[in-house]
Structures are given as structure tokens and as C-alpha cells.
Design a protein around this ligand. Structure first.
Ligand SMILES: [Zn+2]
Length: 260
């Protein structure tokens, strides 16, 4: 049981870290309708809040939801427009898992009225919190960076071919942040040799990055999609602290770069 929709840590720096797929909670009435495999919420951005725990030390604000993306995907538009037209993707209230198998038992998928109700109950409060915290930080500092932290299993044939690069920087093809910030982040990535990376590859930034990123009005939005093999066991979902440590050091440098 949880009635809490999200936790917002209000920091002091012009940086908001949003982790919209960290949640694992599924209310009982919805969980009862899921397939056995979906009940394990395999498509969670596992441990992403733990991975970014250091961000508070930098003065960042951190926003973390409680509920699973299977309840409602906070990184989709409320009208459920496809993020990646022509490619497989999952929707506002996903009906398929990342492996292409169903989320719901036969006949148990939500109807349109239920989808609308979930948007009101779960989606809108998170977006209101995002908007409010961005406004507070921009007011205080003049500018703010929104860092969208994500992770995903590195091989998912239903969604993409082959093996995803370790680190996938997304700026909506350059539209969601200042070019100088993207260049500075790319410089950090280019200067290290431990992780493969790409900018605006398969993952260019989801709805939150595209919707809130508005560099001309002082909001720079950046998405970082991490292949989960870099910090955890993708089969057991166990966090691997030893593997995570060097990744966390690099993420820290990247977040510090947004504050320069
Ligand atoms: Zn995600």
C-alpha cells in the first residue's frame, strides 16, 4: 500500500533530477489484472534513485515517483502521441512489456475512461510538481537544468536492434537545451574511455525532456538513458554497487558540468 505519489527533495542548486520510472508500486486492483511476468514490473528503471543518490550532495532537487510505469507512464504525453513514430514503443498506460508480451491478462486492459482517471490521479500531480519545482528554481537562479534520469535493459529486440550503447544522451535532437551545454556534456563523455555513448541515438529524450525543455526561456532539459548492465544484473534486477561506483563518478561529473 502507498498513497504517496512522489517524493520531492527541494535542493539549492539550479538543477532538478527527475526519475519518472523509478517507481515499482502497483495498486492492488490493477496488480490483480496483470500477467504474472508483468507483476514483477520488469520495465522499471531499476535502482535509478539509488544510482543518483549523490545528486543531493550537489544541491540538486530530486523528484521520484512511487508508482510503476504500468500504472501510467509519466514520460508520455497525456494524449498518448507516439514518442517514436514508425518504431515499436510503449504507451501512456502500456499494454505490452518491453519484450512484446502483454501487461494485462486477457480482457483486463484498462478502457479509455480508466486511462483518463489514471492520468488525473497519478500523472497530473507528478507533472505539476515538475512544473512547480522548475519554476521555483528558475525564479531563484534565472536558469535551471532538468536532468531526466533513465535506465533500460541493454538488449530489447522488440524496441531496438542489437546492443544499446552504455550511455545515451538525449536532447530532442538539440532542441531541449543550449548547444553549449550539450557540447560540454559531450566533452565529458568523450574524455572518458570506460563507457560507450551516443547523443540523440535511439533515445532522443522522452515526453518530459521535449515538453519542459525550453532553453530560450531558461530551462535546459537533458535525458540520460543508461544501459542497466552498467550498474546492475539485468536478469536478477540486483544492484551491483561495485559496478555502479565508477558510473556514479561519471554521472557526478556530468551533473557538475550542468552547474558550471
Ligand atoms: Zn525510463
Amino acid at each position: 500500500m502507498t498513497d504517496t505519489l512522489f517524493a520531492l527533495h527541494r535542493g539549492t542548486a539550479p538543477l532538478l533530477v527527475s526519475l519518472p520510472h523509478d517507481g515499482t508500486h502497483v495498486p492492488d486492483d490493477i496488480a490483480a489484472r496483470l500477467t504474472p511476468s508483468a507483476r514483477r514490473v520488469p520495465d522499471t528503471d531499476w535502482h535509478i534513485a539509488r544510482l543518483y543518490a549523490f545528486a543531493r550532495d550537489l544541491g540538486a532537487s530530486v523528484l521520484v515517483p512511487s508508482h510503476s510505469r504500468y500504472v501510467v507512464d509519466l514520460n508520455r504525453s497525456e494524449d498518448d502521441v507516439s514518442l517514436y513514430p514508425g518504431q515499436n514503443t510503449t504507451g501512456l498506460c502500456p499494454l505490452v512489456q518491453f519484450d512484446g508480451t502483454p501487461v494485462y491478462r486477457d480482457g483486463a486492459a484498462p478502457d479509455e475512461a480508466e486511462v483518463r482517471a489514471r492520468v488525473e490521479r497519478y500523472w497530473r500531480p507528478y507533472h505539476a510538481a515538475l512544473r512547480g519545482e522548475l519554476a521555483r528554481l528558475r525564479e531563484a537562479h534565472g536558469r535551471v537544468v532538468l536532468w531526466e534520469g533513465h535506465s533500460i535493459k541493454g538488449e530489447l529486440p522488440f524496441l531496438f536492434d542489437g546492443r544499446l550503447p552504455d550511455l545515451n544522451l538525449g536532447t530532442a535532437g538539440g532542441a531541449s537545451c543550449r548547444p553549449a551545454l550539450q557540447a560540454a556534456l559531450e566533452d565529458v563523455l568523450a574524455a572518458q574511455g570506460a563507457y560507450g555513448w551516443v547523443a540523440n541515438g535511439r533515445f532522443k529524450g522522452g515526453h518530459i525532456t521535449r515538453h519542459f525543455g525550453d532553453p530560450g526561456r531558461g530551462i535546459d532539459a537533458v535525458q540520460m538513458e543508461i544501459s542497466q548492465r552498467c550498474y546492475m544484473n539485468e536478469d536478477s534486477f540486483a544492484f551491483d554497487a561495485a559496478r555502479a561506483a565508477p558510473l556514479q563518478a561519471l554521472l557526478r561529473t556530468l551533473l557538475e558540468t550542468t552547474l558550471r
